[in-house]
Write a new protein. Structure first.
Lengths: 257, 420
């Protein structure tokens, strides 16, 4: 019965995605519906994950579908933490539809079921958890950077409709994206260290190489920001590009290996 | 109680007439006291309107008194004022005040100052139960309209649009450095708008040193020569340009090196001059945004269009508040009957307890308190439903009939309490 919790989560995420896209009611009502959809969906998914953790024989999110389930929860959690308010509703429009789609994919792949699990110990659990949390944070940072690029372009084009959209200020997006990326890099570092600790010789594969490249690129972007003041459009383009590249390459390398 | 309003506003009176009846807050307070006498009056005077709100018992002629007070203010132009006066009563007057407080009757829909002006007028007025209620509810309606709709959110003038743009780029303007190029009136207005949001006017650059020094003094800024403007831009956040030069003053050729040195840090150019001062090609530099007067006017126009859409939603908020006020005002008609009924019930309860005093004498103090409490509860429970139903009937316009029936059934004729 507990696996049915995926449905309220899906319905609430879907409702939030629809509200963010502008398909429901007045702007104020849309904002409220979207925010409550995100909150309620996340609570339902939290309940599902708790039940999965309690009933699984081993680590419940060791399969790709299970990892996707946890990843969606982390992405929506990061969005709730850093951007879930009316001014960031365009960020919600970027985050919630893919979140709902990925949760459906996870459900279709059996990642939201209660039984099963991978017997690989706590180290794997911590490694996967930290890696997914880091990737989720970077996804949110990239979404903020994409929003930055869109808003910057609108300002350059002197598009007067920008005021009616009640967007977050440009510098706020820039600052927040960098902060989220820095936190995510910390999580990713922890995940990589744990991953390397349990690595046996001959196990290094393409997915690991891509993850290390991602870490290196994000660290470079943040270091350039700190040392030579790289920010604004260039920083946003780099961060979005890096995360988009990894979002395409990582699943391919993962399934290939 | 009756509510009435007499006023003059921008809808029907030109500024030459409105200025004749405009009064400062102290004058408005004195006028309200003089019009009110023993009753209630509030005078609301802004640049767009002067209105006198009065409340009194039905048989008074306060409205006429308020009209003559307004005509007296106009002095020799009283005859011109008379045809443009408007008079409203009860629900219409309340609805009008709610719309005024929400900014729906303003020249620019949703303008922010009016709510504060209504509050000041209310505080300076000679208020009693009715005007106290109607003004408090108007302030509530005004706040609700601004919170529940976006009517007051977007800029409605060119200086406000420039400041809103700066906030869209930088968020908090506290400590942001503003450079003024040119010392015109428009650039001063824009600078003051930015100042009011926390920005710092760092430099005024002007071709005529005397004008630049004068404006820099007024804005606590430093005056510099126009030739050295490039160096000033390295640390600037906003540049407001409004010189009378015939061509571009700020060009890629003269500023390119300084702008590249900023490494993409945002810089907003606000060009208020015609002919333009800022070369639009500057927008090609990373982090540079260039807005000229047409762009700012487009922002204002889009903003006003948005406000008009929001105004329709704000009207619904105001109408709901007006309905609540109407229900409250209607309930006043049955308040005396309710008060008499409760007084009679309490009288009977006390008398019956006094009659039973001999038998109750043997009771302890705590038992006596228990008896008091139980009898009070019985009376309250018995009267609760009739009280609620009377108020509901009042809201549905049957209140007076119900009140008469209650008076007749309980023998309350001749007992009249005032509204509470």
């Amino acid at each position: 019965m507990a696996e049915l919790l995926v449905w309220p989560a899906l319905v609430a995420y879907g409702e939030a995605a629809l509200a963010y896209a502008g398909g429901l009611g007045t702007p104020l009502l849309r904002g409220r519906l979207a925010i409550w959809g995100v909150r309620l969906g996340w609570l339902a998914q939290t309940g599902l994950l708790v039940v999965q953790a309690l009933r699984a024989d081993g680590f419940p999110w060791g399969t790709w579908a299970g990892a996707l389930n946890l990843f969606v929860w982390l992405v929506v959690g990061a969005y709730l933490m850093w951007g879930c308010n009316v001014r960031f509703r365009l960020l919600g429009a970027l985050v919630m539809p893919p979140a709902a789609a990925l949760l459906i994919a996870s459900w279709a792949g059996g990642g939201t079921g209660i039984k099963g699990g991978v017997h690989s110990g706590a180290l794997l659990g911590a490694h996967v958890g930290l890696m997914l949390a880091g990737l989720a944070g970077l996804t949110i940072a990239a979404a903020m950077s994409a929003l930055y690029l869109w808003e910057e372009r609108s300002l350059k084009r002197r598009d007067s409709r920008l005021f009616r959209l009640r967007m977050p200020p440009l510098e706020t997006l820039d600052r927040l994206a960098a902060r989220v990326a820095a936190v995510s890099l910390g999580l990713l570092s922890g995940g990589i260290v744990l991953g390397l600790a349990r690595l046996r010789s001959g196990e290094f594969d393409a997915a690991m190489a891509v993850t290390l490249v991602l870490w290196l690129l994000v660290a470079t972007v943040l270091a350039l920001r700190r040392e030579v003041g790289l920010r604004g459009r260039r920083a946003a383009t780099l961060l979005t590009g890096v995360v988009a590249f990894v979002a395409v390459v990582l699943p391919i390398t993962h399934f290939a290996s | 109680m009756k509510l009435a309003l007499v006023g003059v506003s921008h809808h029907r009176a030109a500024v030459e007439l409105r200025e004749r009846v405009a009064v400062e807050l102290e004058g408005a307070a004195a006028l309200a006291r003089s019009v009110a006498g023993d009753d209630e009056a509030v005078v609301l005077s802004t640049c767009n309107r002067t209105e006198i709100y009065v409340a009194a018992a039905e048989d008074r002629e306060l409205e006429a008194h308020a009209t003559s007070a307004l005509l007296e203010l106009a002095g020799e132009r009283g005859e011109e004022i008379a045809p443009v006066l408007y008079r409203l009563a009860d629900e219409s007057a309340a609805l009008h005040l709610f719309r005024v407080a929400a900014g729906l009757d303003s020249l620019v829909p949703g303008e922010g100052e009016i709510l504060g002006q209504v509050k000041s007028a209310f505080e300076a007025g000679a208020t009693g139960p009715l005007l106290d209620r109607v003004f408090r509810q108007a302030l509530h309606a005004g706040r609700r309209a601004r919170v529940e709709t976006a009517i007051g959110e977007s800029p409605a003038s060119v200086p406000a649009a420039a400041a809103a743009l700066a906030q869209q780029v930088f968020d908090d303007l506290h400590g942001r450095r503003v450079v003024l190029v040119g010392a015109g009136k428009m650039s001063e207005l824009t600078a003051r708008n930015l100042l009011s949001r926390g920005a710092r006017i760092a430099v005024v650059a002007n071709r005529t040193a005397a004008h630049g020094d004068e404006l820099a003094g007024r804005l606590s800024a430093r005056a510099v020569d126009l030739e050295g403007i490039g160096a000033q831009l390295r640390d600037a956040d906003v540049v407001v340009a409004s010189t009378s030069a015939p061509g571009f003053v700020l060009t890629t050729g003269t500023l390119g090196g300084d702008l590249r040195a900023r490494r993409g840090r945002p810089l907003l150019f606000v060009d208020l001059a015609v002919p333009r001062d800022v070369d639009p090609d500057l927008a090609a530099f990373d982090g540079c945004f260039v807005y000229d007067i047409d762009d700012l006017e487009a922002v204002v126009e889009a903003s006003l269009a948005g406000r008009r859409v929001e105004a329709a939603r704000a009207e619904r908020v105001v109408a709901a508040e007006a309905e609540r006020f109407q229900e409250w005002q209607a309930s006043l008609a049955v308040v005396p009957a309710i008060a008499s009924l409760r007084a009679r019930a309490e009288e009977i309860r006390t008398a019956e307890l006094a009659k039973a005093e001999g038998r109750l004498g043997r009771l302890s103090e705590s038992e006596r308190r228990l008896v008091e409490s139980v009898t009070s509860q019985i009376v309250n429970k018995l009267l609760h439903l009739p009280t609620v139903r009377l108020k509901q009937a009042a809201a549905a316009a049957d209140g007076l009939i119900y009140a008469d029936v209650v008076r007749h059934l309980f023998g309350l004729e001749g007992e009249e309490g005032g509204p509470r």
